[in-house]
Ligand binder design. Structure first.
Ligand code: ZN
Ligand code: MN
Length: 155
């Protein structure tokens, strides 16, 4: 679960926004900071809740708009789960595998060397030009196995 240095990620996000002529408001900066430092793949609501602590007048729409912009410039990875809602990875904005607990909803980034050659293998086997990928593993985390509970955890 190696993480990119959050400060480095924040700097990258800010300069990418500037390059693309987006304004950096204090609220937007707060969203970026959360995205850069989160390993738990927060939902929009989660990000909104955190931003509101420092900027009580922030609207949910502002958070949504910021996420759309960040997606557009390739600085956040959106994980869509249909009615389960979307989750966001701003620390690693490129395609990578995820491990998802169907009990508590936590999402982690597994570090598995064996997954790294999969794209190359697929290209070799099919002749496809592969642009992106999505790889999700669903299961029950050790905590949920123990508790047998469906209580959501903080992420
Ligand atoms: Zn769990
Ligand atoms: Mn991730």
């Amino acid at each position: 679960m190696t993480m990119t240095d959050p400060r480095k990620r924040l700097d990258q996000m800010i300069s990418k926004l500037r390059e693309n002529n987006y304004r950096i408001t204090p609220q937007r900066l707060a969203v970026l900071r959360i995205l850069a430092t989160s390993t738990g793949h927060p939902s929009v609501e989660k990000i909104y809740g955190k931003v509101k602590k420092d900027f009580p007048t922030t609207s949910l729409a502002t958070v949504y708009k910021t996420l759309i912009v960040m997606k557009e410039i390739g600085e956040v990875l959106e994980l869509g789960f249909g009615e389960g809602g979307n989750r966001y990875d701003g620390n690693k904005p490129y395609p990578h595998p995820h491990l998802i607990c169907t009990g508590c909803g936590q999402i982690i980034d597994p570090d598995l060397e064996s997954l790294q050659g999969v794209t190359e293998e697929l290209i070799k086997a099919t002749g496809f030009k592969i642009n992106t990928h999505r790889l999700d593993f669903f299961g029950v985390c050790p905590n949920c196995q123990k508790a047998g509970s469906k209580k959501p955890v903080e992420n």
